[in-house]
Unconditional design. Structure first.
Length: 252
């Protein structure tokens, strides 16, 4: 059954979490993480993906968020409707692409280095990709905590992340937009190699930027309808890192 669910768009962790919920009803993320022996941040990412697919809904029980699976009889129709919607989007895009690429017929191109670009279309997917890069790597970033840390779940994820990178002593440089959540974040930094500088609210960028190794993540900072890009290119990453350093050195 796992392979079939993955073929319908779920990843392996989303499948494990969903099947676990099917037999138990509403459970808190911490309970699920303990039962499946998974990290809480991993479970949150999976739950957000399941929410986006409308396979799980969220409720509150005595102040604690619980996640409830849809009735079993609705699962097949939800997956089928999602697949149909995805197919219709692809078909519509192809119809738009077809006439527009005709102008490139017969053109010769010069390869100037591999530029891999991938779009990220949900907050759940963005945090999953982000986690994969920054938990075990040095990096630098420009971001707005007032926007990024928009929920208790994300704040718990940030707390876990800071604890782990603190133990690993990762080399991190954050330029963050000043505000209440910036104070909250900075107070939790215990890693001596994690440096934080602040910019005023009016100087904030239109997008978050994370640079790690040869990858640049650009997020448009819209949690309810996240849109982001993952750009894999050494030259672009080096340029972005140079630009970051320029800004870093000009801040107090």
């Amino acid at each position: 059954m796992k392979d079939e669910f993955i073929a319908c768009g779920l990843n392996a962790t989303e499948y494990d979490v969903f099947v676990h919920l099917l037999g138990r009803g509403g459970r808190a993320a911490g309970q699920i993480a303990k039962a499946l022996n998974l990290k809480r941040s991993t479970v949150y990412s999976a739950l957000q993906g399941l929410e986006a697919r409308k396979l799980v809904s969220r409720s509150t029980n005595k102040g604690t968020a619980e996640f409830v699976p849809v009735p079993v009889e609705e699962v097949s129709s939800i997956l089928l409707n999602r697949a149909r919607a995805d197919f219709e989007k692809v078909a519509a895009s192809i119809e738009l692409i077809r006439p527009r690429i005709e102008k490139y017929r017969g053109w010769q191109t010069i390869e100037a280095g591999a530029l891999g670009v991938r779009s990220i279309n949900s907050a759940a997917e963005y945090y999953e990709v982000l986690t994969g890069y920054i938990l075990n790597s040095d990096y630098c970033a420009v971001w707005n905590p007032q926007v990024a840390l928009y929920s208790e779940e994300i704040q718990e994820w940030a707390t876990y992340f800071l604890e782990k990178t603190g133990k690993r002593r990762s080399c991190i440089k954050d330029i963050i937009v000043n505000g209440p959540m910036a104070d909250w974040y900075a107070q939790k930094v215990a890693n001596p190699n994690h440096k934080v500088k602040r910019v005023a609210q009016e100087l904030q960028s239109v997008a978050d930027l994370v640079i790690v190794d040869d990858v640049v993540l650009i997020s448009l900072m819209s949690p309810e309808s996240e849109s982001a890009l993952e750009i894999r290119n050494k030259h672009f990453a080096n340029f972005s890192r140079w630009y970051f350093t320029l800004l870093w050195e000009r801040l107090e």
